[in-house]
Design a protein. Sequence first.
Length: 243
Amino acid sequence: MVDSDRSELPLEGADRAGPAHGVRAPGRHRGRRIASVAMGGLLIGGAIAFTIGFVHFVLNVGAIEKPRPAERADAIVALTGGADRITDAIQLLGEGRARRLLISGVHPSTSRETLASMTPGRTQLFDCCVDLGHAALNTVGNAKEARDWARFNGFTSLIVVTSSYHLPRSLNEISREMPEARLIPYPVVTDRMQIGDWWHNPGTTRLLLAEYVKYLMSMARLRLGGPDTSLEAARADASGAGG
């Protein structure tokens, strides 16, 4: 005869069994929640820092002033990207602000005559005092082209002519290539780029955002430094290889 009380007893070892399969341990669940909260906090903090930095960047761009007429330099560097940059640079050269002008980043198919036609009456300046750089494809290339040209001619102070929003990055890149040079920013402002009410213009906002990201990248390159890519270093490497 079977004892009914005995049949209801738990199986041997059942009281020592762990948690049922599929049930998560409380400690592991809590750790993942903390990690998720921390990650969310980092993302939010990063977004806030990016936004504050962007607004600060825009304010700085708007605060860049044109140099006083009495402020002069050895030479002028104009970075291509708009006709106004070239006309302003030629105007500065005509005012005697510097002895020579480099127009950097000129497309190989663009002739000297085409550029001279943008500033009627300034042909003599183009003939005597304007050099064209065709090697640069971007702002980093502009900086290298300006460096080699300035060092070859013995220029140690430059007026940098480009769009206002492009100036912070341009100055960073040229400073990285020519830390010894004195750079004077000359902002070019056009009617289609009104920095004062940028938040009302989606196109302007997108342009400034894109430029801010590129500016952050240039800041990182400036902080990290890099190998000597000067004309003198290249010539030294070439002579060393030939020896």
